[in-house]
Design a protein around this ligand. Sequence first.
Ligand SMILES: Cc1cc2nc3c(=O)[nH]c(=O)nc-3n(C[C@H](O)[C@H](O)[C@H](O)COP(=O)(O)OP(=O)(O)OC[C@H]3O[C@@H](n4cnc5c(N)ncnc54)[C@H](O)[C@@H]3O)c2cc1C
Length: 689
Amino acid sequence: MDTLDLNRNWTEDEENQPIGRRIQRLSLHLTPVPRQLGNLQLRTLTCAARTKLNVDAKSLSVFMRGKHRDIQEKVFDFFNARPELQTPVEISMDDHRELCMRQLLALVRDAGVRPFKYVADEPTKYFAILEAVGSVDMSLGIKMGVQYSLWGGSVLNLGTKKHKVKYYDGIDNMEYPGCFAMTELHHGSNVQGLQTVATFDPITDEFVIDTPNDGAIKWWIGNAAVHGKFATVFAKLMLPTHNTKGVSDMGVHAFIVPIRDLKTHQTLPGIEIHDCGHKVGLNGVDNGALRFRSVRIPRDNLLNRFGDVSRDGKYTSSLPTINKRFAATLGELVGGRVGLAYSSVSVLKIAATIAIRYSLLRQQFGPPKQPEVSILDYQSQQHKLMPMLASTYAFHFATLHLVEKYSEMKKSHDEQLVGDVHALSAGLKAYVTSYTAKSLSICREACGGHGYAAVNRFGSLRNDHDIFQTFEGDNTVLLQQVAADLLKQYKEKFQGGTLAVTWNYLRESMNTYLSQPNPVTARWDSEDHLRDPKFQLDAFRYRTSRLLHSVAVRLNKHTKTLGNFGAWNRCLNHLLTLAESHIESVILARFIESVKSCPDASSRAALKLVCDLYALDRIWKDIGTYRNVDYVAPNKAKAIHKLAEYLSFQVRNIAGELIDAFDLPDHVTRAPIAMQSDAYSQYTQYVGF
Ligand SMILES: Cc1cc2nc3c(=O)[nH]c(=O)nc-3n(C[C@H](O)[C@H](O)[C@H](O)COP(=O)(O)OP(=O)(O)OC[C@H]3O[C@@H](n4cnc5c(N)ncnc54)[C@H](O)[C@@H]3O)c2cc1C
């Protein structure tokens, strides 16, 4: 058989033939290095570019998918087979809420998928279900999260055996739809500022729940406006005293409060419920506001794992202070955060898949007298989408790791692991959800006008996902927790204490930081060096160590004049950059580990390429920081930039396989604009041709 010369000139006849056009288009995709990549080390890459990496999407996908693909497929198949349960593009808020409830009931009762069991026993499976359900409709994912992770999770994690016995089945089979009522009109992030009170009445052996003022109305409560029958209400526990104050504040505790009649669904006496109304997104979830007017509940309804009140009104707790009890209570709720980080990656996978598939198909312009080229062949489009694809892979491995750590923590209750998971979940939730939110806009824009059609999904993905940045802990607030933890570890290090696992690297890199950057390695710019994981990780960690050291010095200085709160605020942006830098180091470290552990050679090579792109793109984005301290010399900065651009180009060549390896079901990612074949027919049908 003759070999194909892809670079030869094409006759007009050939160009007009579909096969000829296709081969020629292919040849354009395989065209070696773009002309501007001409320097020494990149010349060596020219050869590599001719041979596109051979990636088997199937093997890669086997490595990528978690342990619980079976149950995800069950979820996908179930909804695929039930068109009446699929959310249409146009739907009113009321219909969407009812549909969402029907979807959840059908999942539990018809498909027999019972997520609650896994919340406690096998969290990795729970998160896998959540991911699949959220891909069907994000409102459904959140509704499921409210029922099982928030309302159910609060009963399991903050309550004791008596609560599990009484409520488990009803939560599991959806007879007890419930809410998680923490946020108030005046207090969201500042949970310790909540004002709702639960006063113990020793005469009747009850707690009396009250909303003392408008600012204390519970607000944004999922499942409250229409479907909820119970709520876990967070309130300050007040005990009567014999002193002049009359009551003593024991801090925020959680209480089970029935809000609607189990049979008639009527709102119960003393409870007022209002609808929070139409939202920017997630309109399948019925968020409501709750006010309590002397609502009496039995003493047993206190979720008493961390603090209890006896019949005679005595308070007992294994934890000595209000702050410790508060930390333990909130610490039990990190599962929601883990779920959001994990689901956010799934949203990113969907958006990236639609945008990249479309960019491979869509052609605009081209060289004179030649076919139009795929828009993914434009360097600018690669710049928008390829580092994003690399980040999606990076986040996939990082959040998978988080889910596993969380699962381990639930089993072992190891104290160090608890601290580690707490900081990691805060950091990853904040970092990943912010990244995904920005990327959704980039994906829409990368698909031009067609990206704006609702049927192509970016609008709903963007609107539904946007609030991931705020609920389960506002991102800016969460990043501060990460920074505070880093500073604590930093202090302990200098006092000779041990470091938590995730922070271990600081021991080494702080020492490196305290010495000056090496002027010789600062100039090394060979491809081998730049693609060496050690160089990449060192660079990430160096940056974190430097930021940590400098912010510690600044805080110390400002505290003397401004006090702790003022000094913290003076350094806030610095602290946020530190937290993000640390999370990026953790993400890269996980990615490097995952590449190493991939058993299939071709998948490993593809992952290595993607990992290098992730690392070098990040270093380049922050090149000013590295240049400022001469961590990289000008020649090295230039080489990093060129190599990152070039890797983008190489990743583009396997982009189709890389998105296929996400293994997302057709009905989730095949937006009409991104159909593989017969590209626009579904789209034109949708419009009515
Ligand atoms: C759709 C939706 C569903 C929800 N579901 C529930 C639910 O089921 N149950 C529930 O209890 N709550 C729920 N919430 C509430 C949610 O958890 C809160 O909105 C969230 O905790 C943030 O609180 P906030 O809205 O009061 O914002 P605020 O805390 O007022 O934050 C506003 C802004 O101030 C900034 N800010 C605040 N503090 C600081 C600080 N220390 N440093 C720097 N910046 C700061 C934030 O970054 C943010 O940009 C939901 C909210 C929405 C919108």
